[in-house]
Each structure stands twice: as structure tokens, then as C-alpha cells.
Design a protein around this ligand. Structure first.
Ligand code: HGY
Ligand code: MN
Ligand code: MN
Length: 424
């Protein structure tokens, strides 16, 4: 077999280059869908894909698909992740899942290897939901879980998804057909401390926690902060605050993997000397267990109503995203274990508390996820860091796993025995 060499420096330098696009003075990443930084980052990865001999297409929701042709027209193996970020994020979340497979393709090119099946690298639009409030947007549309027309009409108050994609020239045609894939693999940073603390090379994910996002609006009366007596106020902020504390206790008492977060709040009119008349909250509730998750949501809704009633406020609850807890494919897990063994990498099975596009794909395609360590478990912050060595090790495992799945003379094992997802 030709030597396949994952180039640690090339991978690291691509990651650093992408990490300069949308970087703030304090080293944070702000790459929000449709922003100039998003456009520049997209253009950059597209040019890298093309330089690696891949054919690039863009679908109607802006998902990018780069195809490395195989020696056959068999159904493809897919991999990928996202390059958008949270408002003040890091350089690794999502990006690793795009650049590590690109390094795999580059390494195959160097070694003169063509896979039997095509390999598709997908860059999903608006995974974080930072701008339009619906996370995993690109994969929701690509898997038919959200209608394209509804996705394109989502608005941030200024612009719709349709307008913003057109403005950066990433409004293509059709939607990526994920159901044609024989398998899907997403490599991602762990975003938690387990691998780093235990000094294990990679995590093989067996299940991803369910993720739900809600917009909760408390309406009171804006009034003068000096002249309105304390007992005559309808202060929307206090209702929101009471709800946030209730959500904390609901999640704390629900279960080991239960979490509830008020991550976003918009206070109106937002003046120091004005009693807040309206507060809009962005609420994130997750659990690995579907029943417990729906109980938490019910309890949280009741808590919001109680907090509003206690203060004479109105409250409105709107669920924006609901993705069920997802088991990943046992067959792909076995493939990943074999890939870890074949590269002398240590591994452990683990859950993902973070949401990923892979969870949407997993409903129709045998899907696996591979985690690489996050230093001190930090993520969704500029301090997010994975060392070049850890990235290199994870990419070697990814390469072996993808080579296994695409088939051909360099494949290490038999083709997939299943076309439909199984559960562990
Ligand atoms: O929010 C999440 O779990 C992911 O980082 N999109
Ligand atoms: Mn993220
Ligand atoms: Mn991510």
C-alpha cells in the first residue's frame, strides 16, 4: 500500500488560516451566517476543496458539498461539520470536522489513492443558530426535517436566510441528498474535559443528547425607574430572572445529563432608568433521555407561566428547535474502534452533550462521531484549544475509518453490512 501521511503542519496551518477569518482583536471568532467573515471563510474552504481536486456544489440553504470522485459512481461516504461560530467562539468547533477530512483527501492525493466510492465533505449552514435562532439549520433542511421554504424565510429581524445567502452568493439550487450516503462521519472537538483529563486520544460517540431551543418573551410595562413605586411595576426583567433561577433548579434536580440554560436575553427598551417592559430569552434545554427532556420542558413552561402570573406579566413560549436524543450507528462505532486500533490510538466510548449535524443525519444514514480532546474541556469561548498532536492523532483515526468505508484496494475491510441506521 502507498504510504498515507497525515501532514500535521499542513492541517494545523489550514486551521490557523481559517481561524484568522472573523477573528476579533481579543482572539475570539465571530463568524456568523451571511457575514463578510462567513463569506470569506466559505470562499477559502471552497478554494481548498477545489485545489484538492474536489467538485464543489452549493445547495439552496447554502450547504457546501465537496465531492472527491471515486473509481465508481456508487453511493458516497459523507463527512463534514460547520464553520459558523457562536458569538464569541473559538477556532476548533466545527472547523475540525471540515479541515480534518480535507487533510485526509490531501494525504490521499499525495499517496495517489482514489477511493472506490466518492467521498463528500459537507459544510452545513448555521449549525450554531447564532443568527437565525435555529441551530443545525443546514442539516435540518438537508434531511427534510425542516422545509426549505420555511428555513429561507427565517429572519433575524433585519434579513431573511434567503436574503443573506443571496448577498454572499451562497444561494445554490436543490438540497443535498443525504439519504444517498452509505455512511456519515463527523469528527469534532469534544467540548468537554473527559478525553483531556484521561489522556485518551479519541472518543467514539454512542449517543448525542437531545437539544431544544426556545424563545420565551415576558411582557410587562416600560415605565420611569424614578417615579414608579416598587409595588406598581410590571417589570419584565424580574419575571425573566425568576424563571432563569427556576430553570436552574429544574435541570439540577432532573438527572445527571440534564441541562437548562438561559443563554441569551434582550431587554427592552434597555435603558438604565427605565423599568424593563419586555425581555426576550433564548433558552436551551437538553437531556440524553427523551422522556426526561419533555418533562423538563413542561416544567420550564409552567415555571415561566408562574413567574409571569406572580408579577402580572404576559409570557409567550415558542419552541424553535427540537432534536430528539440520538443513538449513533453501532456498526460505524465498530469501524471507528477498528480504525483506532489500526492507528494505535487509545479510545473510549462517550456521550455528546453538544448538538451536532450528525444527529439529524443519523435518522436516515448509518452515522458515527469521533471526538478529539478539548484542552481543559473549554469550548464556545476563545480559549477553546486542541493541540496539533491531538488533531493529528484524531485525523489518522478518521482517515483509517473513511478509507475503510469508501472501499477500494486500500480499504482495510469489507463493505458496510447495513444501509439503514441501527441503534446500539
Ligand atoms: O450548541 C451546540 O450543542 C453545538 O455547539 N451547536
Ligand atoms: Mn458549537
Ligand atoms: Mn460544533
Amino acid at each position: 500500500m502507498n504510504d498515507i501521511t497525515i501532514d500535521r503542519e499542513r492541517l494545523w496551518s489550514s486551521l490557523q488560516k481559517l481561524g484568522e477569518i472573523g477573528e476579533t482583536d481579543d482572539g475570539a471568532m465571530v463568524r456568523v451566517t451571511g457575514s463578510p467573515a462567513d463569506a470569506a471563510a466559505r470562499d477559502t474552504v471552497v478554494s481548498w476543496f477545489e485545489d484538492a481536486g474536489m467538485n464543489v456544489t452549493v445547495d439552496a440553504v447554502g450547504n457546501i458539498k465537496a465531492r472527491l470522485p471515486g473509481t465508481t459512481d456508487e453511493d458516497p461516504v459523507m463527512t463534514g461539520s460547520h464553520i459558523d461560530t457562536v458569538p464569541h467562539g473559538g477556532k476548533f468547533d466545527g472547523v475540525v470536522g471540515v479541515l480534518a477530512p480535507l487533510e485526509v483527501v490531501r494525504a490521499w492525493n499525495d499517496a495517489g489513492i482514489t477511493p472506490e466510492r466518492p467521498l463528500d465533505i459537507v459544510v452545513f449552514t448555521e449549525e450554531e443558530g447564532t443568527r437565525f435562532g435555529v441551530g443545525l439549520l443546514g442539516s435540518l433542511v438537508a434531511t427534510g426535517k425542516l422545509a426549505l421554504a420555511d428555513a429561507l424565510e427565517l429572519s433575524d429581524g433585519n434579513e431573511t436566510v434567503r436574503e443573506c445567502l443571496a448577498s454572499i452568493g451562497y444561494n445554490g439550487a436543490g438540497t443535498i441528498d443525504l439519504s444517498s450516503a452509505t455512511s456519515f462521519l463527523e469528527i469534532h472537538v469534544e467540548q468537554g474535559p473527559i478525553l483531556d483529563e484521561s489522556e485518551i486520544d479519541v472518543g467514539i460517540v454512542d449517543a448525542v443528547a437531545g437539544i431544544t431551543h426556545h424563545r420565551v418573551v415576558f411582557e410587562g410595562t416600560a415605565d420611569h425607574a424614578g417615579n414608579t413605586p416598587m409595588d406598581m411595576r410590571r417589570d419584565a426583567y424580574l419575571g425573566a430572572a425568576q424563571f432563569a433561577l427556576e430553570l436552574e433548579s429544574i435541570a439540577t434536580s432532573a438527572g445527571e445529563h440534564s441541562v437548562g440554560t438561559v443563554g441569551k436575553s434582550t431587554v427592552s427598551p434597555n435603558g438604565t432608568n427605565v423599568v424593563p417592559g419586555r425581555v426576550e430569552l433564548g433558552v436551551d434545554i437538553r437531556d440524553i433521555d427523551s422522556k426526561r427532556l419533555s418533562h423538563m420542558i413542561d416544567d420550564a413552561k409552567a415555571a415561566a407561566t408562574n413567574a409571569a402570573d406572580a408579577r402580572g406579566l404576559d409570557v409567550r413560549w415558542e419552541t424553535l428547535l427540537e432534536v430528539e436524543p440520538t443513538d449513533l450507528s453501532a456498526e460505524i462505532r465498530r469501524r471507528l474502534e477498528r480504525a483506532a486500533n489500526s492507528t494505535d490510538s487509545t479510545y473510549r466510548t462517550m456521550l455528546s452533550g453538544a448538538g451536532h449535524d450528525a444527529m439529524n443525519v443519523a435518522e436516515t444514514v448509518p452515522t458515527g462521531m469521533l471526538f478529539v480532546p478539548s484542552e481543559e474541556g473549554l469550548s464556545h469561548t476563545p480559549e477553546e484549544f486542541t493541540s496539533p498532536e491531538d488533531l493529528y492523532r484524531g485525523t489518522r483515526v478518521l482517515e483509517a475509518a473513511i478509507r475503510d468505508l469508501v472501499g477500494g484496494p486500500h480499504a482495510v475491510s469489507s463493505p458496510l453490512s447495513e444501509k439503514h441506521p441501527d441503534s446500539a
